[in-house]
Design a protein around this ligand. Structure first.
Ligand code: MRU
Length: 309
């Protein structure tokens, strides 16, 4: 099952807001539909929004839209992942929008399999690996980056166990990563975000593998909570790996200059449909945080494992 597919000049995306209960493909007929799907996180995860953005450009071209305006709006749908700009610029610089988007679609799967193979080398038989958010097939076209490493280790016959952080506020770990691991029949447990330090202190975690929205000078931006996981891993000498394709690298900027997306207060004020704080409570809702390079053991890419930039 792919996170998205292109058919009859339309983009179909699994609506990830409905997972794990319903698997429904959401139809995008215009580039604005793609932008809305990205903003509302029907499609999410850095590589997935990159490829969706590429098809958004194809939709803009088919409809005869102003290409520069469409490119600008798509790039700004979410600010933190570099993949949106990467994908839009790649399509703009190509000879055929649709051919380039299809190429990126197919490349994504091959790239993730290469990341998986490279990353599996640092996973030992019997390891329990903690992951945060969802850097799985659902965050890409297929296979996944961080979860791709776990898939590859499992395919190699290593007996691994996975702990997924719940990942408040939108519970990508609980809803999406647990779902993916269960589909793969990889033993998985769910823990609340604040349990990570305790589990590490008790010796119940051998490695951490997470994804990234941007790898830049000085560190990595990833889902809010990644920093606390990295700090705890450092304290307890647990190797902390980031799995990320080269499309997520931004060698121009310092990671501290990257805009951290702030999302709607209701994501925190409500757990699903249930309000969990008094009405009118003021909210901080940063969607990402920064893991500094010195907390990262290695970055697992399609070309091998490298030191942070
Ligand atoms: O807000 P999200 O769900 O798009 O955040 C996703 C993440 O933080 C992932 O870890 C990251 O995009 C890497 S996905 C391979």
């Amino acid at each position: 099952m792919k996170t998205m597919y292109w058919k009859d000049n339309k983009l179909f995306l699994i609506d990830q807001t409905l997972l794990p209960d319903e698997i429904v493909y959401h139809e995008c007929k215009t580039y604005e539909d793609v932008i809305t799907a990205i903003k509302t996180m029907k499609v999410r995860g850095a590589p997935a929004i990159g490829v969706a953005a590429a098809f958004g450009m194809v939709l803009a071209e088919i409809a005869g839209e102003n290409i520069e305006k469409a490119a600008d709006k798509i790039k700004n749908a979410r600010p933190t992942a570099v993949n949106l700009s990467w994908a839009v610029d790649r399509v703009l610089n190509s000879e055929s929008f649709i051919d380039e988007a299809m190429l990126m679609y197919n490349e994504d799967i091959q790239t993730n399999k290469a990341i998986g193979k490279n990353g599996a080398a640092v996973i030992d038989d019997g390891d329990t690996i903690l992951t945060h958010c969802n850097a799985g097939a659902l965050a890409c076209v297929d296979y996944g980056t961080a979860l791709g490493v776990l898939r590859a280790a499992n395919e190699e016959g290593k007996r691994i166990k996975v702990i997924c952080d719940e990942t408040r506020p939108l519970c990508q770990g609980a809803r999406l990563s647990v779902f993916e691991m269960q589909q793969e029949k990889i033993p998985v447990k769910l823990a609340v975000d604040s349990a990570a330090g305790h589990l590490m202190q008790k010796g119940m975690v051998n490695k951490v593998v997470i994804g990234a929205d941007r790898v830049a000078k000085g560190g990595v931006a990833n889902k809010i909570g990644s920093l606390l996981v990295a700090l705890a891993a450092k304290r307890f000498n647990i190797p902390f790996y980031v799995a990320a394709p080269k499309s997520t690298f931004d060698s121009e900027n310092s990671i501290y200059d990257v805009e951290i997306e702030e999302r709607d207060a209701d994501e925190v004020l409500y757990f699903g449909k249930c309000r969990v704080a008094p009405e009118g409570t003021e909210i901080e809702n940063p969607a990402f945080d920064i893991v500094p390079s010195d907390l990262i053991t290695g970055i697992i890419t399609e070309d091998g494992i490298i030191k942070p930039i």
